[in-house]
Design a binder for this molecule. Structure first.
Ligand code: TXA
Ligand code: MG
Length: 333
């Protein structure tokens, strides 16, 4: 499926496909989503088929207006109202108690629901025209890198999606921050562009920080695919490297004639024809914006290994460090 430019006619076509229970990929400010009518269980099931995603992994419902929250969630706490008022439309997903009539297919069988208003003109135009909630995970095959451009969706899903709306490259580049508001204390489930400090400032309380679920864990609590240790991963083996250890590691790989991809942060290595290096921006927001595109690029070059140079261990880098850790988790196991 070739992406089509998201003009009014394309939005009309997408709306009509969603109403027929079909799948439409669309841009958000974070990553591209694979959307289906959230009130149609058969359509939602198709998302899981196409992604190869286990059916107990819950989806995010996208809406266009805070007033629609009441159709999806019940017992909405003040904390949700405050966060929604401050950050929506925007890259923040709230976990709330679901209304009883929300299909369990959407929530992976749980009584809680993930919901957000995306901050992208194409996503908002589609939601406004469709007038319902759109369930959408990232538009990639399960556990692979999220797409941040329409062409990535085409590469990932081919003809298994009925329409791909092209709205350009995503501005944020990593998935939304997720906060669970169903417990006594708000809890960060996934870091993102909206920081812990920004959320704490609005709530006037400290967040609990969830620890990632290990791959082997059989936990039925908080089934959150974004929290598994190996996620967002390239197919090429990928490893995280400290700045100081890079010269020795690169040298070692060169003596073995390994083809190496390097996402360099500040390291400037000597010439090596077996190495493909991408120099990453020093600023966290710019780094996040292109991280997945760069990983995809390196992944397509038939390399033996991708090395990712460690980035700063500070709050501004929390979401990036989380995704890098997950992308490189497999080699640690
Ligand atoms: O930025 C984003 O959030 C993108 C765009 C398309 O909106 N979507 C996205 O969806 O990243 P997905 O399915 O790849 O990740 C959804 C995450 C899951 O990893 C899970 O952690 C969380 O949402 N989630 C959904 N429902 C949940 C629930 N009821 N309880 C806990 N976590 C939930
Ligand atoms: Mg995803």
């Amino acid at each position: 499926m070739k992406p089509i430019f998201a003009d009014n006619a394309a939005i009309d076509q997408a709306t009509s496909l969603l109403s027929q229970g079909k799948l439409v990929a669309f841009p958000t400010e974070t990553v591209y989503g694979l959307g289906a009518d959230a009130s149609n269980p058969e359509a939602v099931k198709q998302i899981f088929n196409v992604k190869g995603r286990p059916t107990n992994h819950p989806l995010i419902v996208h809406i266009s207006d805070i007033d629609q929250l009441k159709f999806w969630a019940q017992k909405i706490p003040d904390s949700a109202k405050k966060l929604a008022a401050r950050f929506w439309p925007g890259p923040l997903t709230l976990i709330l108690n679901k209304k009883t009539d929300v299909p369990l297919e959407v929530t992976g069988g749980q009584n809680t629901i993930a919901i957000r208003i995306p901050d992208h003109p194409v996503a908002l135009a589609l939601l406004n025209k469709f007038e319902g909630g759109i369930a959408a995970p990232s538009a990639n095959i399960f556990s692979r890198i999220s797409p941040t451009q329409a062409s990535h969706v085409e590469e990932e899903l081919g003809d298994n999606v009925d329409l791909i709306l092209d709205g350009g490259a995503c501005r944020v580049g990593v998935e939304s921050t997720i906060v669970d508001l169903t417990g006594p204390i708000p809890k960060l489930l996934r870091p993102g562009h909206i920081s812990v400090a920004e959320i704490e400032a609005v709530l006037e309380t400290e967040l609990l920080i969830a620890t990632p679920i290990q791959k082997e864990a059989k936990s039925t609590e908080n089934r959150a695919p974004g929290m598994m240790s190996s996620h967002y991963a390239p197919i090429t083996p990928a490893a995280l490297c400290e700045h100081d250890k890079l010269p020795a590691i690169l040298n070692n790989l060169r003596t073995q004639n390994k083809r190496v991809g390097l996402l360099s942060y500040q390291f400037n290595p000597p010439e090596n024809r077996l190495m493909h290096m991408l120099c990453m921006p020093e600023q966290a927001e710019s780094y996040a914006q292109i991280l997945y595109t760069c990983l995809r690029d390196l992944d397509s070059r038939e390399l033996d290994i991708i090395l990712i140079e460690e980035t700063p261990d500070t709050e501004a880098w929390r979401a990036i460090n989380d995704r890098i850790k997950k992308a490189t988790a497999a080699l640690k196991d």
